[in-house]
Design a binder for this molecule. Structure first.
Ligand code: URA
Length: 291
């Protein structure tokens, strides 16, 4: 049967459907009428059009929004220091204006980042891994930092955790191309350790600028690093997951990191509960114009 190319394609489709059904089962998603709950790609993606007019390269609001980035604008060679992490790193991220006024192109931000040497993570990385995906997305996912696969390919979430994230997005009724995905840090930490507070504080202003440029309507922060760098919370992800928070006028849903779900698949059900809230919000809210 598989000799016939049509049958082979059918078998492959069946295999994929079975795999998807198994994954939905693991998530506890079988109770969801996906065609009702999941937004269509059209519903979650702003029309793609030339956005140059709404993103002048020298945006008037940039200075105000970029307050936190100014200290790290020009790449300086990293010099190893033995000073411990500051306790006041969150202050570097103040103030917190709404993203509404920010008008900056992602390319401007990536140009500023350049071949970054602002922290010690530059020493072990292969390349900088910038935010990637649909820049008109209503939904953004944020993780911690690239791993080995991301470091090699230059894109966030392309390894095992990324494959799980793709399944989660598909379970939500979307495609990966409908959303945008980034990290707090964009260089791979040695041995995949957690970025230090200082490394995160140096890198996250660029993420904040990207958020302002993209203006997603919902951000899913995955795991403690993303949670604590976007929101000023002391509790861990297990305590705050599933409750919408605010980041500069954008709804934020904290949930578990896919790498954690790979270690503890029993947490997939709670994660799915969180993602359902995101689907429900996006479905019940008309897409905002980004102009
Ligand atoms: N884990 C992350 O937090 N980010 C990636 O890009 C990959 C794995």
């Amino acid at each position: 049967m598989a000799d016939n190319p049509h049958n082979a394609a059918l078998l492959s489709l069946l295999g994929q459907a079975r795999e998807q059904a198994r994954f939905f089962g693991e998530l506890g998603a079988e109770s969801i009428a996906l065609d009702k709950a999941a937004p269509s790609p059209e519903a979650v993606t702003m029309p793609v059009k030339d956005d140059a007019p709404r993103r002048p390269s020298v945006p008037p609001a940039r200075e105000e929004f970029m307050f936190s980035a100014r200290a790290v604008q020009s790449p300086k060679p990293y010099v190893s220091k033995s000073t411990g992490p500051s306790k006041d790193l969150f202050k570097l991220a103040a103030p917190q204006p709404s993203v509404a006024q920010a008008r900056e192109a992602l390319e401007d931000i990536w140009r500023d980042i350049g071949d970054c040497t602002r922290c010690g993570l530059c020493e072990g990385r292969t390349q900088v891994v910038n935010t990637h995906g649909n820049r008109n997305a209503r939904l953004m996912f944020i993780g911690e930092a690239p791993g080995a696969d991301e470091d090699a390919q230059g894109k966030p979430f392309v390894g095992r955790a990324g494959q799980l994230l793709t399944k989660m997005i598909e379970a939500m009724g979307m495609k990966r191309e409908d959303v945008i995905i980034g990290n707090v840090n964009r260089c791979r930490p040695p041995g995949n350790r957690q970025p230090t507070l200082e490394e995160a504080a140096i890198c996250r202003p660029f993420l904040f600028r990207e958020i302002a440029a993209i203006k997603p309507e919902v951000i899913v922060v995955m795991g403690n690093t993303a949670l604590r760098n976007l929101l000023e919370v002391r509790e861990g992800i297990s305590r705050v997951r599933g409750q919408f928070r605010d980041f500069r006028g954008i709804k934020v849903m904290p949930t578990f990191h896919p790498a954690y779900l790979l270690r503890d698949p029993s947490k997939k059900r709670e994660t799915w509960e969180d993602l359902k809230k995101v689907i429900e919000y996006l479905e019940s809210t008309p897409a905002k114009s980004k102009s």
